[in-house]
Design a protein around this ligand. Sequence first.
Ligand SMILES: Nc1ncnc2c1ncn2[C@@H]1O[C@H](COP(=O)(O)OP(=O)(O)OP(=O)(O)O)[C@@H](O)[C@H]1O
Length: 586
Amino acid sequence: MLKLFKKMHSREWKMAGICALLIIGQIYFELRLPDYMSNLTVLIETPGSSMSEVYRTGAEMLACTLASAALSILCGYLVSRIAGGFSYTIRELVFNKVADFGQKEMHAFSVPSLINRTTNDITQIQMFVAMGLQIMVKSPVMAVWAVLKIINKSWTLSVITAGFVVALLCIMVLIIVIILPRVRRVQKMLDDINLISRENLNGINVVHAYNAEEYQAEKFEKANDRLTRTQLFNQRALAFLMPVVSFAMNALALIIYWVGAAIINDVPLTDMTGRIAQFGDIVVFGTYATYVIMSIMMMVMIIMLLPSAQVSAGRINEVLDTEIKLCEGDRTEAAETGTVEFKNVSFRYPSSGKNVLENISFKANKGETIAFIGATGSGKTTLVSLAARFYDATEGEVLIDGEDVRSYSFDALYNRIGYVTQKAVLFAGDIKNNVLFGESSAPQTDENVQEALDIAQATEFVSKLSKGTESPIVQGGTNVSGGQKQRLSIARALARKPEILIFDDSFSALDYRTDAKLRRALNEKLKGTTCLIVAQRIGTIRNADKIVVLEDGKAAGIGTHEELMKTCKVYQEIAMSQLSKEELEA
Ligand SMILES: Nc1ncnc2c1ncn2[C@@H]1O[C@H](COP(=O)(O)OP(=O)(O)OP(=O)(O)O)[C@@H](O)[C@H]1O
């Protein structure tokens, strides 16, 4: 947790310093009250005391109480600003760190866990700072101050009070030791609940269509049950603390007055002044001892928040300390333009034991179209994701414009590439925002948007919308059809005007007619652009300059359609399964 606190801005540290001073002032005024009480007791017991002295003492007590309350309000205000500012900083750090994560890091944490860390875990820290900061400073200072005030008054009573304090501290430590591992598990269980809820909400139509509500509910119930049982255990353990502390406080007061009575009794009856002074001391001692126990009671409140804040801080630090494996280089310029080359590339996913790609080599020159075809799971998506550096090759080299992808700065690399994912992704906003998404060297103009929509064959459906390119897109793009979504994501890649376009099976959501029109437009309007196309349909790629046929991660053949029809058995099988004899001979 301390590690996380190092990320707090100096402004908040300064406010925390002011708070500490305000708290010390608060304690000073609060701890003056027992002295006034002692004076009042002596005044009342002493014959001949005047009422004006009693009023004056009362007025001073009132002034101390008001001063303490004013400092407490000011402190509360500052603490809430510190908590808000600190959680803002941490949220920003976590968000920016996660934005730099590659696929490897995303898989290591999982999306639900990252969401939980950015929301729930940071809220735990904020609550701890908001509620705990005052108490953390106040309770030890108050306890030590109160102990110093009473230590010389009576050794017997001091030893009794110390016994109570030690016993209470032991119980508190024991409870922390018992619940800490369970609190850690609670955060993990919250991740699981998050995962099941997300899965259920994302697939709600499938759940309904397959009558799987009960199955999903059971899965959720199990996770919910586990979480509730663990939380109940923790709450019961913590709930046990409060009555123990308040019992200790009352028992201690009782013992102090009981032992105190015996101490007063030891003073001879003739020494009335001595008896009154002793009585005043016992009253003061009792009040200060109550302050000591009250400090411990405040620590109990901290203990209720500390374990979860501690665990949350650890989880946030895990994200912030993650070493990002995909480090960017500093290259911005390259000798070639629009080339993509794989040199003996093999690749294995971090979670998998075997290579998914094996010794792949090919080169795409400027303006060429290279297509990738193969059975499901043969490695097509993996191959093109290496060109876009979503992962780094395990062996071999991937070159863009003649230079290793690892040597480029991310800006330079992604300014060269326009990538269209297999599953279209749109962001909440409008069509124009989505087409001009991200930073690029291309002009952010309406003409550019229109041109990209034209080539992507999206103009027709966009022009039918009442607000045209300003029509809204909801989160996840669920207010447009699958094919429309894919056309918009193609337009987004085109609007960047990249040297290299990568289409990962992006045409299969389009009907045959649109697919053909789009390819024609690409050929006519983007002559100098290199295209890497992953496709399932032979029709989409038969005119490509080179076709790479993948089988179990290996290149089963590389060549043009005509060459592969003569030399590659895998390609022949795919072609024959899709095209008629006439089409094959055409
Ligand atoms: N994140 C991952 N972790 C581990 N293995 C993976 C991961 N992603 C894909 N794979 C495995 O890598 C292999 C190649 O997957 P890839 O998605 O590249 O195939 P594909 O040819 O694009 O398939 P499709 O045509 O169905 O999209 C598959 O066996 C798949 O199970």
